[in-house]
Every structure is written in structure tokens, then in C-alpha cells.
Write a protein that binds this ligand. Structure first.
Ligand code: HAM
Length: 443
């Protein structure tokens, strides 16, 4: 029997950490130039799309007061928070952007002209159990509309999301956006458990969201657990589970009141989606409820049709978040679209474009005496907006030409003793191999 106790798991981690300072923490990524080219290409597409839909870009700090993110509905995201105490403050790295956006809206609520349409591209942190496409940091493109009650906002957002799938080269049918309305579920429970305990709805949705992971029996147990906070009756739990199996609006009508507002909204939304030409890509699926507590209405999640990856994007309507955080009520709807899952899908489908380093001109001085002239040439070209690499003095010409070719440069500008004496620079076109001379800039 060992007399002294071995190190605790936490102690082991600290020790391991000491020896791993040269590794990025598990679940995080380094972005080398080739990774950055892909990231920028994807983010450019996000940005261009959002701008084309008339959205404006905003940003907020990556560190917020932890209490902005801590909620009581039992969401995973709260347990996954990267948080710490610093100088008596409890701070956290953002796990998502929505609470920060809400904070920004609330801060200027009186002076804002609604509706506002904002987008963000931000890094988020969640201490996740890692699977394919699920990481401890990820970037998310968010688009949110605040101050618009009607499903016109949902339709615009879904159209923007589809625009990106199309632009990425994914054929129609390769990605499906499954859509539901939490309001439909809420309506069906209004006369029952929600009449006396409306606060039950958020944890109820969080539990239902686990159905794929833990199965319908375990979900029913959690919904019915008398000691738990939800405590549905057997009849209610059964009805909820039955509703989750619904896959069309006509079928959903069986569960809804004849004057159901939620159903009427869904029908209107599908009419609009039809006008955008995307209704077929967005099947109704009552099992989609989403794992975040704050959603109140339409919710949606995009998946690869093969079903091999986790959700590519997800969002919905969250009309009560501003109030929950202490602001005045404002309707809101939006989505988050991660970079990691779509990256895996593009890889699987061979859809990443070839993204090369892009240098346009290389300037080369044969020796130190020509360096001043080379700098002037490079300066002029850069002032004209070209991407210019100034080859290091003394580098071998063969190597410089090879590098120039690899970096996609169109021209090499060569200055040797002879050129300097004659006040010219030799310009070689790398595709035609033709050469000509140009005067050296005087200063
Ligand atoms: P979410 O479903 O938690 O929603 O995240 C949105 C997307 O971000 C996911 O579909 C996924 O692509 C990506 N994502 C989330 N967590 C990870 C992770 N650990 N690793 C890799 N990718 C991840 C939200 O965050 C909401 N705030 C979205 C929203 C905006 N709703 C309304 N407005």
C-alpha cells in the first residue's frame, strides 16, 4: 500500500502543463499562413454576405462579467465557461456572442432606431468534450435582427445562411436547415404545467435538446422527475414526446389550437421562404428545440445531409432576452455559424479552394550597392497598391526566382550594377518570360 497519496488530477494537469508550454492548449488552434488564408477566405464570404443583406458589423470584448453568461436553466454552455477571478472581479471568456450583443443593445436602447441588423465574427470559448468539429475555441459568424417582430426577419436570416452554403459550392440538398417553433410547444403546455409555473419552459427545452444524446426514455424521466424542477404529468410528457416526432406543418396542426399563432407564423414563414426559393432546403422538424434557454419562437439548425457532423449553424428568436438581462423588451432573432464544422465539411467534400500566397511583385538587388535603388522601386510599387516582396540582399537569384514563382508573383524587378549605372530596373514578366527596362525612381 502506498503511504503517500499520489497527485490529484488537478496537480497532474499542472505538472503536465509545465512540460507542455510549447503546445497550444488542447482544443485550441494555431493558424499558420495556409490556415489563415482559409480563415480569411471564409470570413470574407461571411462579411460580404452580411453586408449584402444590409447588416452592420459590431464587436465587443472577448472578456465579460461572468454573470452575463450564467443562467439557471441547466444549459451546458454555463458549465463550459472559461472563467476566473481577477482583482475581485469574476470574469469569463465569451462562450457565444448573443449576451454581449444584448448588452450593447440595452446600453443604447433609448437612442436606437429599430430594427437594427448587426453581424459579428468572433472567437468564442467553451470547455467542451472534444469531438470532430467541436473545439474549445471556435469562431462564429453571427447575424442578428433586433426590433422586428415578424418572421420576415427569420426569412432574411435563413436566406443569408443559404447564400453562404451556395457560395461555398455545396449543392442544394447537401445541407438541410431543420426548423421548428418553440412557441408551438409552449402553446401546447400553456393550459397545463406552464399555467402555474411558466419558468419551467426554459429548462424543459434544454432537456428536450438532449434527446439525440440520451434518448427519449431518459428525456421522459427528466421531464417527469418529481424532484426535478420541471415535473410534467405523465400525459404532458407523452404529448411533448409525441410532438417531437412531427415533421410537417399539417401534422403539427393536430397538436395546435385552431387559432394557433405559432402555426400561423410558421405558415407565413414558409410562404416567405418559398419566395426566396429556399423552402425545400428547410424542412420542418419538431425535434429541433436548441440547447440554449433564451429562445422563444422559431428555432433552426443546419446539418450536413449525411448527418456525420454536429450542427453547422443554429439560431432562432429570443424575444425575452433583453428583459431577462434587465433591459426593456425588444424582439430579437439571429443565428451563429461556426467555422470549425463547416471547415470539416468543406474538407470532406473537397470544396476548399486552392488559396495561394499572393505576392504581385518581387524586387531583387544583386548586391548591397543596389539595395537603395531596390527599396525605392519597392516603395513606388507599394504606393501604387501592389503587394511587393523585397528579396533579402545577397539571396541567390535562382532561389528568388523560384520563390517568386511559388508565391504567384507576376513580375520580378532586378537591379544589378549595370542597371544601376544606367539608371534602370529590369522587369521580368514571369508568365511570358519577357523582359523590359523601366527608369529607376529618382528618390
Ligand atoms: P450555438 O448553437 O451554441 O448557438 O452555436 C452556433 C454554432 O457555433 C454551432 O452550430 C456550431 O457551428 C458552432 N459551435 C458552437 N460551439 C462550438 C464548439 N465548441 N466547437 C466548434 N463549433 C462550435 C449560439 O451560440 C447562439 N448564440 C447563436 C445565436 C445567435 N442565436 C441567436 N443569435
Amino acid at each position: 500500500m502506498p503511504v503517500t497519496k499520489g497527485p490529484t488530477t488537478a496537480e497532474k494537469r499542472v505538472r503536465q502543463g509545465e512540460g507542455h508550454a510549447l503546445q497550444a492548449p488542447r482544443g485550441t488552434r494555431d493558424f499558420y499562413p495556409e490556415d489563415m488564408r482559409r480563415r480569411n477566405w471564409l470570413f470574407d464570404l461571411f462579411r460580404k454576405t452580411a453586408l449584402r443583406f444590409g447588416f452592420e458589423e459590431v464587436d465587443a470584448p472577448m472578456v465579460e462579467h461572468a454573470e452575463l453568461f450564467t443562467r439557471k436553466a441547466g444549459e451546458e454552455i454555463v458549465d463550459q465557461l472559461y472563467h476566473f477571478e481577477l482583482h475581485g472581479r469574476h470574469l469569463a471568456l465569451r462562450p457565444e456572442m448573443t449576451p454581449s450583443i444584448a448588452r450593447m443593445v440595452i446600453a443604447r436602447q433609448g437612442a436606437m432606431r429599430f430594427p437594427i441588423r448587426w453581424f459579428t465574427i468572433t472567437q468564442n470559448w467553451r470547455y467542451e468534450r472534444m469531438t470532430r468539429g467541436r473545439r474549445r475555441e471556435h469562431y462564429q459568424w453571427n447575424m442578428d435582427v433586433w426590433g422586428e417582430k415578424g418572421v420576415e426577419a427569420e426569412a432574411e436570416l435563413l436566406s443569408a445562411m443559404m447564400t453562404v452554403f451556395d457560395a461555398l459550392g455545396l449543392a442544394r440538398g447537401q445541407v438541410r436547415i431543420r426548423l421548428n417553433s418553440r412557441a408551438l410547444l409552449e402553446e401546447s403546455l400553456r393550459e397545463g404545467v406552464l399555467a402555474s409555473r411558466p419558468g419551467v419552459f426554459e429548462p424543459l427545452c434544454v432537456v428536450i435538446d438532449k434527446i439525440d444524446k440520451i434518448g427519449p426514455e431518459a428525456v421522459t424521466d427528466l421531464l417527469r422527475d418529481e424532484k426535478g424542477e420541471i415535473g410534467l404529468s405523465a400525459g404532458e410528457a407523452e404529448r411533448v414526446l409525441e410532438m417531437l416526432g412531427v415533421r410537417s406543418l399539417d401534422e403539427a396542426a393536430r397538436f395546435a389550437a385552431p387559432d394557433s399563432k405559432a402555426l400561423a407564423e410558421l405558415r407565413r414563414l414558409y410562404d416567405l421562404l418559398d419566395a426566396y426559393g429556399i423552402a425545400d432546403e428547410i424542412p420542418f422538424d419538431a425535434s429541433v428545440v436548441r440547447g440554449l434557454a433564451y429562445y422563444t419562437g422559431v428555432v433552426f439548425e443546419a446539418f450536413d445531409a449525411g448527418g456525420t457532423l454536429r450542427a453547422i449553424a443554429g439560431g432562432g428568436r429570443y424575444d425575452r432576452l433583453a428583459e431577462t438581462l434587465g433591459g426593456r423588451p425588444v424582439p430579437a432573432v439571429g443565428f451563429g455559424f461556426g467555422d470549425a464544422v463547416i471547415g470539416e465539411l468543406l474538407e470532406d467534400e473537397g470544396l476548399w479552394p486552392r488559396l495561394e500566397r499572393k505576392v504581385e511583385d518581387v524586387v531583387y538587388a544583386f548586391g548591397p550597392d543596389e539595395m537603395v535603388a531596390a527599396i525605392r522601386v519597392a516603395r513606388r510599387l507599394r504606393e501604387a497598391g501592389r503587394r511587393v516582396e523585397l528579396a533579402p540582399g545577397g539571396a541567390k537569384l535562382k532561389r528568388v526566382l523560384g520563390e517568386a514563382d511559388r508565391s504567384g508573383a507576376a513580375r520580378v524587378h532586378l537591379i544589378g550594377g549595370d542597371e544601376l549605372a544606367r539608371g534602370v530596373v529590369k522587369v521580368k514578366d514571369l508568365s511570358t518570360k519577357q523582359e523590359h527596362e523601366e527608369p529607376l525612381p529618382a528618390s
